[in-house]
Design a protein around this ligand. Structure first.
Ligand code: SAH
Length: 331
C-alpha cells in the first residue's frame, strides 16, 4: 500500500478517531511544524502508530542550502521520488517572503526563463508546495508562488495549497499575504476568480503588444494581451484585489520609451500596479540585462501608473527570478 502524504490533507480528510484528534494533528503539522508523528506527544501512542502506517509526513527533504551575500537563501529539496525542486527565502524590511515552486520544471517555455529549459517533469502536490513553507526554517510573513512552474497549469493542487496554508487551524497565513504569479493563462485566471479568494494575482506581462509578447512567451499565442486583460478585469471584479503586472525589462527588446507609453496606455484604465524586474541573465539565453538606469527611466515614463522596481535578490546563488532550475540537477 502506498502511503498518503498527510501534508496534502485538510483536517476533515485525516483518518483519525475521535474526530477532534484530526484538528489536533492538523495543528501539529501546520502550527507546530511537526515532522514526525512521534513528536505529537499529546496523541495516544496507538494512534501515532496508526498514523505512521497510513501516512507520510516527510514530503521534502532539505538537500542543500545556499546563502546569498544579500541574505537571500535558496533551498534545494529532494522529494520522495527523487525529484529536486528549489525554494527561495527573501528578507525584506516588512518581513520574510518564501518563494515556492509549484511544479518540477515548467511546460510554458518562456524564452528568457531558465525554469522551462528542460520542460515539465511533474506537478507538485499541495503537500509538497506546503512543505516548502513549513520546513524552510522560518516563520514567514508572505508566500509567493513565483518559483519554478506555472501554478495555473497545476490548478487544483495550487488552490489546495492556498487553502491549506491559510487554514486558521493550521499555518494560518492570511490570503492577502499570498501571491500567485501566472504567465497569463486567461482561462485559469477566470477559474481562479470564480473562487473569490482575495490573494494577490501577479501577471507576467513583459510586453504591451502581441507582437513583442508572442516573441518571448508562447502562451501569448493562445491568450493574446486583450484576452488576458479581460480575465484580469474579472479577477478584480470578483475579489476587489488590484492586479500586479510583472514586467521583466530586457535590453533592446521591451525597454524603449515607446514600450513604456504603450504599457501606460494599456493599463491606464485598470486598477493595476506594475512591478519592473531587471532581467537576470540566464546562461545560454540570448538576452541581456538592461543598463543600470533603465528601470528607473522606464518607471518614470509610465506616467501616473503605480510602479515599483523589484530589487534583484540572490543572483549570486542563482535564486533570482527566472534563475531557478538553471540546470536540471540544480545547485
Ligand atoms: N510561471 C509563473 C511564475 C514563475 S516566474 C509566471 O510566469 O509568472 C516568476 C517571475 O519571474 C515571472 O514574472 C517571470 O516571468 C520572471 N522571470 C523569468 N525569468 C526571468 C529572468 N531571467 N529575469 C527576471 N525575471 C524573470
Amino acid at each position: 500500500m502506498t502511503k498518503t502524504n498527510i501534508l496534502s490533507l485538510f483536517p476533515e480528510e485525516i483518518e483519525a478517531e475521535p474526530a477532534y484528534r484530526r484538528k489536533q494533528i492538523f495543528a501539529w503539522i501546520g502550527k507546530r511544524g511537526a515532522r514526525s508523528f512521534d513528536e505529537m506527544t499529546d496523541l495516544p501512542k496507538g494512534l501515532r502508530a496508526e498514523l505512521a502506517e497510513r501516512y507520510t509526513l516527510d514530503a521534502a527533504e532539505e538537500t542543500e542550502r545556499r546563502v546569498s551575500a544579500d541574505g537571500t537563501e535558496k533551498i534545494l529539496w529532494t522529494l520522495s521520488d527523487g525529484e529536486r525542486i528549489e525554494t527561495a527565502l527573501m528578507r525584506y524590511r516588512h518581513g520574510t517572503s518564501v518563494c515556492v515552486s509549484t511544479q518540477a520544471g515548467c511546460r510554458q517555455g518562456c524564452a528568457f526563463c531558465a525554469s522551462g529549459s528542460h520542460g515539465l517533469s511533474r506537478n507538485l502536490s499541495a503537500g509538497e508546495i506546503l512543505a516548502q513553507v513549513l520546513y524552510c526554517g522560518e516563520s514567514v510573513n508572505h508566500a509567493v508562488m513565483m518559483g519554478t512552474g506555472e501554478p495555473l497549469d497545476n490548478f487544483d493542487e495550487s488552490v489546495r495549497f492556498i487553502r491549506l496554508v491559510s487554514h486558521p487551524e493550521g499555518r494560518g497565513l492570511s490570503l492577502r499575504s499570498i501571491s500567485l504569479s501566472t504567465c497569463g493563462d486567461a482561462e485559469g485566471i477566470i477559474k481562479l476568480s470564480e473562487l473569490g479568494l482575495p490573494v494577490t494575482l501577479s501577471v507576467s506581462l513583459h510586453a504591451p503588444d502581441d507582437e513583442t509578447r508572442s516573441r518571448i512567451m508562447p502562451v501569448n499565442r493562445k491568450y493574446p494581451v486583450q484576452t488576458l486583460l479581460a480575465a484580469c478585469k474579472k479577477f478584480f471584479e470578483n475579489t476587489g484585489r488590484r492586479i500586479s503586472f510583472e514586467y521583466v525589462i530586457i535590453d533592446q527588446l521591451n525597454d524603449s520609451p515607446a514600450h513604456a507609453k504603450r504599457l501606460a496606455a494599456l493599463l491606464g484604465k485598470y486598477p493595476a500596479h506594475v512591478n519592473l524586474i531587471p532581467y537576470n541573465p540566464v546562461p545560454g539565453k540570448a538576452f541581456a540585462a538592461p543598463g543600470k538606469e533603465t528601470a528607473l527611466r522606464f518607471a518614470r515614463e509610465l506616467g501616473g501608473i503605480p510602479v515599483t522596481v523589484r530589487r534583484t535578490l540572490g543572483s549570486d546563488i542563482d535564486a533570482a527570478c527566472g534563475q531557478m532550475r538553471s540546470s536540471k540537477n540544480p545547485m
